[in-house]
Design a protein. Structure first.
Length: 786
């Protein structure tokens, strides 16, 4: 075991060694908050002998959670860290709810609806209530429902609250309450929880079932929350309940990084903490270890304009570093080109890798221009968030099959696949199923199983029966097969893969490859899950008390699967799914099925956060993501793109002081992701080359091989520059990399209005802030105050 406290500064030590009682760490970006949290867990385990099973840590992304586990593992040097409960609020609560769902009337294999699913249900409900779908757009209604859930307002309260009703009426949407009510009922009927439900239901569970609350209070003797500034009311209440018995609650946050108020997060939670716990110990960390002095200055300069904040200092011992660049470009494509060129140059001159660069922007839609330019310059990149792999149609179709297999109550998924690929089940027949299900208050699946009794005849009936039989066949595999084995059979037997294979268009091919990719990823996940074996290093089986069900719980894998008569299968024409070919259900249940079950897999992919998606730590790629997704991360070089009035700061978000202050905090988050530039090998000989550069840098590098001796570079470049200048005089302002520091300075300093004025052409101007230590020779005009 390493010396756990080695290298920590005094304040960090103070926080790490604080054992019992409430602890709050409020500190600026990059001051080691997450590091302290991790080290504190290791210290509790390694020094005080606290059992890993008794520690709960809630983080912002699964990636952060995995990193923390890994670091703790390294510090302690044993396998204990794997027993910790570390994860995002959603993933930890989903895990707990699986074991306790029956208290709330949900099946333990409940489906988790992502945003698209829940918008789909809202659409259905709006139709069923005969409301105008233009007035009640799924997104608008969904946001309203989400806000209500996050504020712990039930549909009944919503409908009876005169203020809320008046507000909805004022916005000409008086029926939102009714939709909310019907939506909740529909989700419940479907055995599904949306993202907000994972928090809300967890809260209800702890509030309404004292034995359950007691069990988890007893289990989690130490509770820790990272990024506490972004918790909403429900999360706040849950952590308060969980920690009520021991009061060993440690929260870590930075009010200046609170950027989720639109999701109900409230800075008040930090302020409230000191009021809730009288004997709270407050630790402030003021030394920043991440960024250079210059970067930190900018962050401090911007955030100090916010009125609503806790006073704190942030300083660094790191060198001032190179100046930050503010670059004016005339369009988004120019901006993309500039960034691609800058990356190319920095790689060559300063020996950066692709993985050292991050491009951050306000909205996902901004990624397009960067993508195009990076692709053209052959720079590998990866986008985090946006339309993710899992949102693609073919992937959603495939996953809908898996969801129905795990939970037949999942009506959204069932409707998606019942006639896809086309199997002759007509629209009217499907509508009939839905109508009967609603009338008789049954599951759509139950009606489907008895389709012959509801007047469905002929080809439709036969297809429905074959479909039911097929799904049951897959279900029969759940007991003994892992997620990949089931998914493989789904691919093989549903006709989905075949359909895509037969589509020889370019899109068809891409879709086919995506399915292959999905299967590969499931295989990898299964292998991983099996490797993370249940066997401890000393050979004992790890028993996680929390996965021990409370009374009445039936784990999904052990739930009885309807026995089917093999002869019946063949008699009803189900030759393909003849039970003779199902896996031998008498064979001993494989561990694989338990550790890598389809249910667990589905939960894991639904709960991926933006920062987790497509994550391959070792890939040397430029990272593109929204600022929101970059929270808690750090990169050597950062570009903040599209800094333009109405884009960032967003036009929709600067109507009030609160909104403007949130935009500033967002900018603060972006700036503080940047680290210092280690090992800059700046070439002073090339002073001012950038200002007159007559051709795109990408074009230059194409023309002149990258392996040209670096010493020749300035000579060749100056010669070209001089020649070019003779032919075409390039005014400074038109130069692609001309800085407009004076235009953007207001953004960094002003109090209220943020206006970015560019002399020309005003309509399209965008500024990019390149937060990396750009070699000085490339600077043209440093803003006087930065
Ligand atoms: P954010 O506000 O962005 O979440 P944070 O406060 O959580 O940041 P960390 O991510 O924990 O900060 O730490 C920032 C960087 O500083 C990390 O690279 C971390 O390893 C480093 N660091 C923190 N404390 C120390 C220390 N005492 N000595 C050396 N490096 C440190
Ligand atoms: Mg952090």
């Amino acid at each position: 075991m390493q010396d756990i406290l080695a290298g920590l500064n005094e304040q960090q030590r103070e926080a790490v060694t604080h054992k019992d009682g409430p602890l709050m760490i409020v500190a600026g970006a990059g001051s080691g908050k997450t590091k302290v949290l991790t080290t504190r867990i290791a210290y509790l385990m390694g020094h005080h002998g606290v059992d890993a099973f008794n520690i709960l840590a809630l983080t912002f992304t699964n990636k952060a959670a995995a990193e923390m586990k890994e670091r703790i593992q390294k510090i302690l040097g044993n396998g204990e860290a794997r027993n910790l409960y570390i994860g995002t609020f959603h993933s930890v609560f989903a895990r707990i709810l699986r074991g306790e769902a029956q208290h709330l009337g949900y099946p333990s294999n409940f489906t988790i609806y992502d945003t698209d699913d829940s918008r789909g249900v809202i659409k259905t409900v709006v139709q069923e209530l005969n409301l105008d779908d233009k007035t009640y757009k799924p997104n608008v209604v969904g946001n309203r429902i989400s806000a209500a859930k996050n504020a712990l307002i039930t549909p009944e309260e919503y409908l009876s609250d005169s203020h809320i009703q008046a507000e909805d009426a004022r916005q000409n949407r008086p029926a939102i309450g009714r939709i909310y009510d019907a939506y909740c009922k529909r989700c419940f009927k479907n055995g599904a929880m949306d993202f907000d439900d994972l928090l809300l239901k967890m809260y209800e569970l702890l509030r309404d079932f004292p034995p359950v609350l007691h069990k988890y209070q007893h289990k989690f003797k130490y509770v820790m929350v990272d990024e506490y500034q972004d918790t909403n009311t429900t999360q706040y209440q849950i952590t308060k309940l969980l920690a009520a018995a021991h009061e060993n609650l440690c929260v870590v946050g930075d009010d200046a990084q609170s950027i989720y108020s639109f999701r109900g997060a409230t800075i008040e939670n930090i302020l409230q903490f000191q009021k809730d716990y009288e004997d709270v110990k407050v630790v402030k960390l003021e030394r920043n270890y991440r960024s250079t002095g210059t970067i930190l200055n900018i962050a401090n300069e911007v955030i100090k304009n916010n009125k609503n904040q806790l006073p704190k200092e942030l300083w660094t011992e790191a060198e001032a570093g190179d100046k930050v660049k503010i670059v004016r470009v005339i369009s988004d494509n120019d901006e993309g080109r500039y960034v691609a060129d800058a990356i190319q140059e920095n790689k060559l001159r300063n020996h950066f890798n692709n993985g050292d660069f991050a491009i951050l922007y306000r909205t996902n839609a901004q990624s397009r221009a960067y993508e195009e330019c990076l692709r053209r310059s052959n720079i590998p990149y990866r986008i985090y968030g946006g339309i993710s792999f899992y949102q693609r149609k073919e992937i959603r179709d495939f996953i809908a099959y898996l969801r129905v297999i795990v939970n037949t109550r999942d009506e959204e998924a069932l409707k998606r696949i019942i006639n896809y690929p086309a199997r002759g089940i007509g629209k009217t027949s499907i509508e009939k199923l839905v109508i009967v299900a609603n009338e008789k208050n049954m599951q759509m699946w139950q009606v489907l199983e008895q389709a012959q009794n509801v007047g469905i005849r002929g080809g439709s009936l036969e297809s429905m029966q074959a479909f039911v039989q097929m799904i049951k066949y897959f279900q029969s595999m759940l007991k003994t097969s892992n997620a990949y084995e089931v998914a493989f059979q789904v691919g093989k037997h549903t006709g989905l893969v075949k359909e895509l294979f037969n589509d020889k268009s370019a899109e068809g091919l891409a879709r086919y490859e995506n399915i292959q990719e999905l299967l590969n990823s499931i295989k990898e996940w299964v292998d991983d899950a099996e490797n993370r074996s249940m066997i401890d290093e000393d050979g004992t089986l790890i028993e996680d008390s929390i996965t021990q069900p409370t009374a009445g719980y039936v784990a999904p894998e052990t739930a009885p699967i309807p026995e089917r008569d093999p002869t019946a299968a063949t008699n009803s024409g189900g030759t393909l799914f003849d039970m003779a070919s199902t896996p031998d259900s008498n064979s001993p249940a494989k561990d694989a099925a338990a550790t890598a079950s389809l249910g667990t897999y589905l939960q894991q992919i639904t709960l991926l956060t933006d920062a987790d998606k497509n994550d391959d730590e070792n890939a040397d790629v430029v990272k593109l993501m929204t600022i929101h997704a970059s929270k808690g991360l750090e990169f050597p070089c950062v570009f903040v793109g599209g800094m333009e009035e109405t884009l960032f700061p967003s036009g929709m978000s600067i109507n009030t002081r609160e909104e403007l202050e949130e935009e500033r905090r967002l900018f603060y988050v972006a700036v503080t992701r940047a680290k210092k530039n280690c090992g800059s090998r700046m070439r002073k000989a090339a002073t001012n080359l950038g200002r007159w550069w007559p051709m795109s840098r990408a074009a230059f590098w194409k023309k002149y091989p990258a392996n040209m001796p670096i010493v020749l570079w300035p000579v060749v470049a100056c010669a070209i520059r001089a020649a070019w200048a003779l032919v075409v005089p390039v005014p400074l302002n038109d130069c692609m990399v001309a800085a407009v520091a004076e235009a953007t300075v207001p953004l960094l300093q002003n109090a209220d209005t943020v206006r970015l004025r560019a002399s020309k052409p005003p309509a399209q101007s965008q500024a990019t802030l390149a937060l990396h230590s750009r070699p000085k020779w490339w600077s043209i005009h440093h803003p006087p105050t930065l």
